[in-house]
Design a protein around this ligand. Structure first.
Ligand SMILES: CC(C)CC(=O)SCCNC(=O)CCNC(=O)[C@H](O)C(C)(C)COP(=O)(O)OP(=O)(O)OC[C@H]1O[C@@H](n2cnc3c(N)ncnc32)[C@H](O)[C@@H]1OP(=O)(O)O
Ligand SMILES: Nc1ncnc2c1ncn2[C@@H]1O[C@H](COP(=O)(O)OP(=O)(O)OP(=O)(O)O)[C@@H](O)[C@H]1O
Ligand SMILES: O=C(O)CCC(=O)C(=O)O
Ligand SMILES: [Fe+2]
Ligand SMILES: [Mg+2]
Length: 333
């Protein structure tokens, strides 16, 4: 059988150097030595086609059409609405409002909620993180031991006129005190059609091959949401790709991939659900003295207020309590 060009290129890239998942399950140090092979960002386990694998290696993301069923998405949407109406209370859940309305009167309605974070204690929403169709792809990027570390349901509101619905270009690794980066992946599923009009994801292809950059609040006149840091000195000339997606389409992306989302110029609330996964054999790092110190400071301030704890809480603690094993073994996380 004749190989496609992508398959041939990939074969040349990974000859003799591939890491079969079986070998990794028993030898975690091998799994963790990132960039030790010519195809460092993926595992060859026969799910990804050579074209898909090469695409992720080169671009740092992979879009899979129609991965999550309409029925599941409708269930997540109904659960989200129940939470907004305050019919259920979920331990640990963060309900975020857009900065443009943060100081106005609260109404228990989805119009007041721009994002849910940390829904790991909500069985219905957390079902997303354990969906077999998601996990089989996650395994291609981070191996068989899988922790769900960070969960979000984003309800990007119609822009209130100050462009605060934008999410500045950033690398998710800025928020994570664990490594290696190559054993972390985000799954992001569109809960409805997302387009440039309602603020789809925007990515800089190939940026995952760079290093973690300095992040800070962008200097935006209309205001910026809490913790929405952007890469410093963002170059608007860099080629961007807008990821327009249909309901159920899912993009997997690397935590160093620079991405953001534009303004929502429609009257609808643009919904997506996502989970960041890390390998169970990742390890925590101390971010002191690194570019991540500024976000650590903010996280600690919020944790101190929310849980009335002092400086003894570490950034690592805030992650270790939220992480949930969804497949394989929890080794060092
Ligand atoms: C990879 C991944 C991690 C990347 C990302 O997700 S980047 C974004 C990360 N975002 C987050 O982690 C969410 C952070 N947000 C939160 O923790 C919460 O929404 C809070 C900002 C703490 C507000 O929650 P809560 O304290 O329950 O709300 P309150 O209504 O009592 O407001 C307290 C003070 O915060 C202000 N506030 C609320 N929402 C926002 C906002 N969106 N942007 C900026 N400031 C905000 C609010 O005005 C109030 O301020 P003061 O009255 O104390 O001056
Ligand atoms: N100074 C900046 N720093 C960081 N990110 C930025 C900056 N300016 C814009 N962005 C981000 O770049 C991405 C694209 O922004 P933009 O507002 O152009 O959206 P868009 O979807 O391309 O809209 P349009 O169709 O109007 O061009 C968004 O993620 C936005 O938040
Ligand atoms: O859904 C979006 O707008 C992007 C959110 C995002 O990138 C994030 O919260 O890290
Ligand atoms: Fe992000
Ligand atoms: Mg624009």
């Amino acid at each position: 059988q004749k190989m496609s060009r992508a398959a041939e290129r990939l074969r040349l890239l990974i000859t003799h150097l591939d890491r079969p998942p079986a070998a990794i399950a028993g030898a975690s140090s091998g799994a963790l030595s990132s960039h030790s092979t010519a195809a460092p960002y993926t595992f060859g386990n026969n799910l990804l086609t050579p074209e898909q694998r090469l695409f992720y290696e080169e671009n740092g993301f992979l879009l899979i059409k129609n991965l999550v069923s309409e029925e599941d998405i409708d269930r997540f949407r109904r659960e989200f609405e129940r939470i907004c109406r305050q019919e259920i209370k979920v331990p640990g859940l963060v309900v975020m409002r857009d900065v443009a309305i943060a100081k106005s009167e609260f109404v228990p309605d989805q119009k007041a909620v721009s994002k849910l974070q940390d829904f790991q204690e909500d069985p219905e929403l957390f079902r997303y993180c354990s969906l077999p169709e998601i996990l089989k792809y996650v395994e291609c990027f981070i191996g068989p031991n899988i922790m769900a570390m960070h969960t979000m349901l984003i309800n990007k509101p119609p822009d209130a006129g100050k462009k605060t619905s934008r999410h500045p270009m950033h690398q998710d690794l800025h928020y994570f005190p664990f490594r290696p980066a190559d054993r972390i992946v985000c799954a992001w599923t569109a809960m409805e059609k997302v387009s440039r009009q309602n603020g789809c994801l925007v990515v800089l292809p190939g940026s995952h091959k760079g290093t973690l950059q300095e992040h800070d609040y962008p200097e935006w006149e209309g205001g910026v949401n809490k913790m929405y840091h952007g890469v410093r000195g963002y170059d608007p000339q860099h080629p961007r790709v807008h990821l327009e997606m249909e309901k159920g389409d899912t993009v997997f992306f690397h935590p160093l991939l620079i991405h953001g989302s534009g303004m929502n110029q429609t009257q609808g609330f643009r919904k997506a659900i996502s989970c960041h996964y890390a390998s169970g054999d990742c390890y925590y790092i101390d971010v002191k003295g690194t570019t991540q110190e500024n976000i650590e400071k903010e996280v600690k301030e919020i944790a101190a207020r929310k849980y009335a704890v002092g400086d003894e809480i570490t950034l690592k603690d805030t992650w270790a309590v939220r992480g949930r094993l969804v497949q394989g073994a929890r080794i060092s996380m």
